[in-house]
Ligand binder design. Structure first.
Ligand code: HEC
Length: 160
């Protein structure tokens, strides 16, 4: 695949993500609330394996500044996370209104950040959250290494 082919393929993936989100459409007033962070999103059968996953650079909460910066670039660029989760991380991106049934997670919620292990966040990015607009994004859009950098960036949304 040439670089150009890759960008074209990526363009189709992003359109696909948006189309996948359409069946979940509904009318939400303002920013919908995420389900309680205490509710596991990784299916129980995969929970132990997910929790055992760790970033190659260690704890994502103490990642180096350049890793966090790379994660931000992916979140707001190639990964297109902002479309649903918002540049703000609050789950208020331009496509969030299409997902009233399963709102995108508000990453600024520190209770949520505390509740989730690194591996649980990574698992959802890799395999998606079944029955919601959250698609499996690794390896289709991000590599595993890129996925971990995005997790390090997600951690910075909690300012508490
Ligand atoms: C098409 C919309 C959409 C896009 C694009 C999207 N997400 Fe999501 N995401 C969601 C929705 C909806 C949920 C909530 C799913 C649920 O409730 O189980 C979610 C959930 C998550 C979760 C799980 C949160 C939890 O409760 O444990 C993580 C982590 C996540 N997204 C990360 C990302 C990252 C990183 C990207 C970009 C690489 C991304 N998402 C792109 C819609 C999206």
């Amino acid at each position: 695949m040439t670089m150009k082919d890759r960008y074209v393929a990526h363009g189709f993936m992003v359109v696909g993500l948006l189309l996948a989100a359409v069946p979940l459409s509904g009318t939400a007033e303002g920013v919908p609330l995420s389900p309680p962070p205490t509710k596991d999103r990784v299916p129980a059968a995969h929970s132990d394996k997910a929790k055992a996953l760790h970033a190659p650079f260690g704890d994502t909460r103490t990642a180096a500044a350049e890793i966090v910066a790379a994660g931000k670039t992916l979140y707001e660029g190639k990964g297109a996370c902002f479309l649903c989760h918002g540049v703000s991380g609050k789950g208020d991106g331009p496509a969030s209104h299409m997902q009233a049934a399963h709102p995108p997670r508000n990453f600024t919620d520190c209770a949520f950040q505390k509740e989730r292990d690194d591996g649980e966040l990574f698992w959802i990015i890799k395999y998606g959250s079944p029955g919601t607009g959250m698609q499996a994004l690794i390896p289709n859009i991000l590599s595993e290494g890129e996925g971990w950098k995005v997790v390090a960036y997600l951690r910075t949304f909690c300012k508490g």
